[in-house]
Design a protein around this ligand. Sequence first.
Ligand SMILES: Cc1cc2nc3c(=O)[nH]c(=O)nc-3n(C[C@H](O)[C@H](O)[C@H](O)COP(=O)(O)OP(=O)(O)OC[C@H]3O[C@@H](n4cnc5c(N)ncnc54)[C@H](O)[C@@H]3O)c2cc1C
Length: 304
Amino acid sequence: MEILARYGTRSQQERWLLPLLRGEIRSCFAMTEPAVASSDATNLEARVDRIEVGERRGGHVVHGRKWWTSGAMDTRCSLCIFIGRAAPLPANTPPHRRHTMILLPLGSEGVKVMRPLTVFGYDDAPHGHAEVDFNNVYVPAGGVLLGEGRGFEIAQGRLGPGRLHHCMRLIGMGERAIRLMKERAAARVVFGKPIADQGAFQHALAEARITLDSARLLVLRAADALDRRGFKGARGEIAAAKVAAPRAALAVIDQAMQVHGGAGVSGETPLAYLYAGARTLRIADGPDEVHLETLAKVEMRARL
Ligand SMILES: Cc1cc2nc3c(=O)[nH]c(=O)nc-3n(C[C@H](O)[C@H](O)[C@H](O)COP(=O)(O)OP(=O)(O)OC[C@H]3O[C@@H](n4cnc5c(N)ncnc54)[C@H](O)[C@@H]3O)c2cc1C
């Protein structure tokens, strides 16, 4: 929705954003490809070819295979925001101006939602994470967002707030884990006294609080920097938060599972599912390594 609100034309917003806001339809974002390392998005091979002749002139043909397209399994999902290599392009176009983002109705001829992927066995139904095949899908004129070759510009603008949103949810997951940990420790008696009264637990709980609140402060700092300086100016803070928040949530959820014993790794509590979700966020929206590189670059520039 954010992409459409920021970069959509009036007619694109009327066609897609309004029904999204009314909750009538859902959307998905198709960037990652099974065949190439997509954390370096310049690798993306799917194509968005401009039609230059005939009555479909000005429209585009989309071709390629995507996966991890979250939301595409949902029957209400009718819009796919697709990014692929633009063509035709002048030979000397720089790598970051070579990809086009286009609005593609998911029901178009040639789109095949192949299968849901699972995360540690969870299918995240109903929205799911799909592998999707796009076989010469025709998109009429007017579908391109912002302009041909400007897909990365949009992706950059979107990923800052999107990443922070993930971070905030991670802090919430960690908070929930701490609550469950405390409830269990208060109720469960081991070797004659509640777990809550055991020194080892008290240290673990205190460490969990320190870990989570340290990450929370980094997230707050990033949100403040984003408000004040925009995405470019807040890149370092956002990168730091995006690395710290999943780490913190995972450490805290792990400790909460430990306190629950066997129940902690079972389906009897939400902890295993929370752990699986938090773990994906060391990869999704950019793996840790990419954010660490970003942070190091910002740090070198700032401190020399
Ligand atoms: C639950 C979930 C939901 C997702 N939802 C979506 C979605 O809706 N739409 C979408 O398009 N994608 C989505 N993704 C995909 C996700 O964004 C990609 O998996 C991610 O960007 C990494 O791309 P890749 O899988 O191709 O890994 P690769 O690019 O193959 O990277 C593999 C590994 O290489 C290492 N690496 C990468 N760069 C560096 C570096 N500079 N230095 C050192 N090591 C490095 C990292 O360890 C990385 O994990 C989702 C993924 C998950 C797990």
